[in-house]
Write a protein that binds this ligand. Structure first.
Ligand code: ADP
Ligand code: GN1
Ligand code: MG
Length: 399
C-alpha cells in the first residue's frame, strides 16, 4: 500500500516538474519573441551604443512599455520604448505633435533659468527617418524616450511628502504652459473629461450589456446614476463659460510623476498623451482620485477606503503653492469638486469597460475593472462627505 502511495506521489511530482518545465519554456519562449520584437523596433531609432537587455514595465493601463538598456562608453544607458495604444489614441501622430511641442516649450523655459532640463522634462528620440515615432508595416505605432536618470515612480502616494511633491509637479507643469497657445493643441481624445458625455457612454453600455454582466452589477449602476447631477456640475460650468480652458495634463495620477530616487523630490511629469485644453479642477481632481485614497484604485475591501486628509492637504499645498497665483476665483472654488467629479467619471469609465467586456483598460485579472469601479464608488461617497472640509483646505493655501 505504502509502495503504491509512493509511486503515485512520484508520478504527481514528475507531472508537476514536466508542467513546470513546459511553463518556463513557454515563458522563456515568449520572452525571446518579445525581445525579437523589441529589437525590430529599436533598429528604427538612432540610439548610439550596443543593445544590452530589456524589461517589461506593467504600471500603466494603456500603452505597452519596455525599459531598454544600451552599453555606451562603458556605461549602461536606459530608454523607455513604448507601443502607443491606437485603440485609445486614434490619431497618434497628433498626440506626438502635442508632446513634442509641449516638451520643447518646457525645455526652453527650464534652460532659460540656467539649469539643465535633462531630468525635468521628457526627451523623445528621433527615429532614423527624423520623426519622433516609427510605424511598423503592421501598423504598430512606437516611440522611444530617455529614461530619466535615477528616477522612481509610485503607484500610490506612499506618504505626505510624495503627495506634496506630486502636487508641485503638476502645478509647475501648468505654470510652464500657462502662456502656451491652448488652441494650437490637437484634441488627443475628444470629450476626454466631458463627464456628461461619459455618463451617456455609461448609459449606452448599460443598455447594450455587451458582455452580459449588467444584472450582476445593478447596485453599482444605481450607485453611480445617483451621483450624476453633482458629478456633471463641473463640466456644465465650463460649458456655461464660467471656467477657462487651459493647457492641462488630464491624467494626473501619481504614477505619472517621476521622483528623485534618493530625495523623493519631484523631477518630471510623464505620460503626456492627454495634454489638451482642459480644466485646472480636472488635473487637481484626478490626482486626488489617487493621492487622497487610503487604498489603491482597485481595493476589494471597501471598508478600508477613506479620504486621507493628511495626503490631501499635502497635495493641495504643493499644487496651490505652484499654481494658485494664476487661478480665477471660480477655479479656486471648484478644486475640491474636481476630486469628486474625476473620481465618479473614472469610476463610470471602469464600469462601462466592465460592461463592454474589458476593451479599454489593461486588466491583470478578470474582475479588475469591477473592483476599480466599486472602489471608486465608495471613495466618491467618502469624498462627498468631506467636500466642504476639502474646499476649506484649498482656501487655506490660496494667497
Ligand atoms: P501608460 O500610458 O500606459 O500609463 P506611461 O507613459 O505612464 O504609460 O509609462 C508607464 C510607466 O513607465 C510609468 O509609470 C513610469 O514608471 C515608467 N516611465 C515612463 N516613462 C519614463 C521615463 N521617461 N523615465 C522613467 N520612467 C518612465
Ligand atoms: C489611464 O495611462 P494611465 O494608466 O496613466 C487612463 C486615465 C485613467 C487612468 C485610471 C488615456 O491612465 O484616463 O484615469 O488610467 N488614460 C487614458 O487609473 O485613458
Ligand atoms: Mg501612465
Amino acid at each position: 500500500m505504502l509502495k503504491r502511495e509512493n509511486g503515485l506521489t512520484n508520478w504527481i511530482v514528475y507531472a508537476i516538474i514536466i508542467m513546470y518545465n513546459q511553463k518556463s519554456k513557454r515563458i522563456m519562449g515568449n520572452q525571446v519573441i518579445l525581445e525579437e520584437r523589441v529589437l525590430e523596433v529599436l533598429k528604427r531609432f538612432a540610439i548610439a551604443g550596443e543593445y544590452s537587455h530589456f524589461e517589461v514595465l506593467q504600471s500603466g493601463h494603456i500603452n505597452e512599455t519596455y525599459k531598454v538598456y544600451f552599453y555606451r562608453g562603458g556605461e549602461l544607458k536606459d530608454y523607455i520604448l513604448q507601443r502607443v495604444n491606437t485603440y485609445v489614441f486614434k490619431d497618434p501622430v497628433a498626440v506626438m505633435g502635442n508632446i513634442s511641442t509641449v516638451t520643447e516649450y518646457i525645455r526652453a523655459k527650464i534652460k532659460a533659468t540656467g539649469i539643465s532640463a535633462k531630468r525635468f522634462v521628457l526627451h523623445y528620440q528621433k527615429a532614423k527617418d527624423g520623426m519622433y515615432y516609427t510605424i511598423l508595416p503592421n501598423g504598430e505605432f512606437w516611440r522611444c524616450c530617455r529614461f530619466i536618470d535615477d528616477s522612481v515612480s509610485f503607484m500610490e502616494a506612499e506618504n505626505a511628502k510624495i503627495a506634496e511633491e506630486s502636487g508641485r509637479a503638476f502645478g509647475k507643469f501648468q505654470m510652464y504652459l500657462a502662456d502656451y497657445p491652448v488652441k494650437d493643441l490637437h484634441i488627443a481624445i475628444p470629450h476626454f473629461h466631458n463627464t456628461v458625455n461619459r455618463y451617456q457612454i455609461f448609459k449606452d453600455a448599460i443598455e447594450n450589456d455587451f458582455a452580459g454582466r449588467k444584472a450582476s452589477v445593478q447596485a453599482e449602476i444605481d450607485g453611480y446614476l445617483a451621483l450624476e447631477e453633482m458629478a456633471t456640475r463641473l463640466y456644465k460650468m465650463q460649458r456655461a463659460g464660467d471656467l477657462p480652458l487651459r493647457v492641462t495634463h488630464n491624467d494626473t495620477k501619481t504614477s505619472n510623476v517621476l521622483f528623485d530616487a534618493e530625495t523623493q523630490e519631484h523631477l518630471s511629469v510623464i505620460d503626456l498623451d492627454t495634454v489638451m485644453p482642459g480644466l485646472v479642477a480636472c488635473d487637481f481632481g484626478d490626482a486626488i482620485r489617487i493621492v487622497g485614497n487610503t487604498c489603491g484604485e482597485d481595493e476589494k475591501d471597501l471598508s478600508k477606503i477613506e479620504v486621507d486628509m493628511e495626503k490631501y492637504e499635502a497635495f493641495t499645498r504643493g499644487f496651490v503653492d505652484e499654481v494658485g497665483s494664476m487661478l480665477t476665483q471660480k477655479e479656486v472654488d471648484t478644486l475640491a469638486l474636481g476630486a469628486f467629479a474625476m473620481t465618479v467619471e473614472c469610476g463610470i469609465r471602469f464600469l462601462s469597460d466592465y460592461l463592454d467586456g474589458d476593451k479599454y483598460f489593461r486588466i491583470h485579472y478578470p474582475e479588475q475593472n469591477l473592483d476599480r469601479a466599486r472602489c471608486h464608488l465608495t471613495y466618491a461617497q467618502k469624498l462627498l462627505e468631506k467636500l466642504d472640509e476639502m474646499q476649506q483646505i484649498v482656501y487655506k493655501y490660496v494667497k
